[in-house]
Design a binder for this molecule. Sequence first.
Ligand code: GAP
Length: 462
Amino acid sequence: MRKEIHGEELMNKLVALCKRRGFIYQSSEIYGGQANAWDYGPFGTELKKNIKDYWWKKVVQERDNVVGLDSAIIMHPKTWEASGHLANFNDALIDCKVCQARYRADHLIEAASGEDMEGKSETEMTGLIKEQGINCPNCGKREWTDARAFNLMFKTYQGVVEDSSNEVYLRPETAQGIFVNFKNVLDTCRVNLPFGIAQIGKAFRNEITPGNFIFRTREFEQMELEFFVKPGTDEEWFAYWREFTMNWFVELGVSPERLKFNDHSPEKLSHYSKATTDLVYHFPFGWEELWGVANRTDFDLSSHMESSGKKLTYFERELEQHIIPYVIEPSLGADRALLAFLVDAYAEDEVDGKTRVFLDLHPQLAPVKVAVLPLTKKEELQELARGIYDQLKTDYNVEFDLSGSIGKRYRRQDEIGTPYCVTVDFDSIEDQQVTVRDRNSLEQDRIPIKEVKSYLWERIKA
Ligand code: GAP
């Protein structure tokens, strides 16, 4: 029986496991740590890679109308004028005059009264904070500055001279790299509407209130698809990709009852969007956005066309005219997805009167697919086990572990989320059979060594 663990307790246990087992470390820890920045350890790196690979497989590889891209992080500054990020990518910031604590004004009001602040100006929010008598959550006082717009883009300088002519930005989304390459892809690949351009890469936002572990950070990875469609078919495609997001997570074992859609009301829409839905997940700290799906219309291509003076149109043969396609954009954070998978997978049960911790990760995602464990360090056992390990490691990431008691080694693999352990014991030398242990059920199958590869392949790749 799995134990019920929720909220802060679950989050604390998960963060501790991530550190203990080499999934996620605090960044720059030897210098006291860089706040809200995280480094992925060996197992976290494998897990994130598997998530990105699965996304790429389903979005790019298995489709004949989606191609990939890998564009630069530092783009021409005009990009951000055209995209609207310079003017609109702001959060309202407010400071406590007494303790200097800094908050997002909309978060303060939403927490105090539940009122939705989307679309409200900084002046309106300043008024509401005063009207509602909201105290500083840090010192309890009620002396606020006026709320002011704070642009979330990281600004830096390119080259040696630090003046405004050399100002550049770290991209706050990967999407713009796709839009500015629209014509390049059109001219060099055989794509016809509807078609998509997908990209995985880092994005940067100077978030005022990062937190909740890797949920909201200033540096994160996005997996974005810009799917170009004929105007008029956009609503249909929006529905298609909306559905796709939920199915992708459910296929990978995430509990459907912890997923739901949050359709944005018209006043909540971003400056570029005709319709937006968030796939939200029930994290230990509440229902929060995981995957945004937006109908960006022809906003981006039109703005870049106007700003660059270049033609970013598509020749529609049936109509015999150039059109500006509409864009449906499903955009998923790789780090946020990873957190959702970990939260969903964290489990505890009781084995022989003791608590066992394990990660019930889908085999496709598990950082280590199989652990090969010789029962003792005896040379013949090691040799036999090495042979099995060498055969399996060409298929996927496999661990060979000799150190400690078999119980401790199982516990370690359970916490990493390894779906299968292959144990080589003294009888294995005689009968050429090994025991395969299933992480979730703890059932053990005794099978011939020559069948191990196919036995595991069937279960892991299924
Ligand atoms: N191109 C559209 C776009 O960037 P968004 O809703 O701002 O839309 C898309 O971001 C996704 O990126 C979010 O659903 C989330 O998964 C992830 N994301 C956004 N900000 C993040 C942050 N500060 N830390 C981690 N992930 C973030």
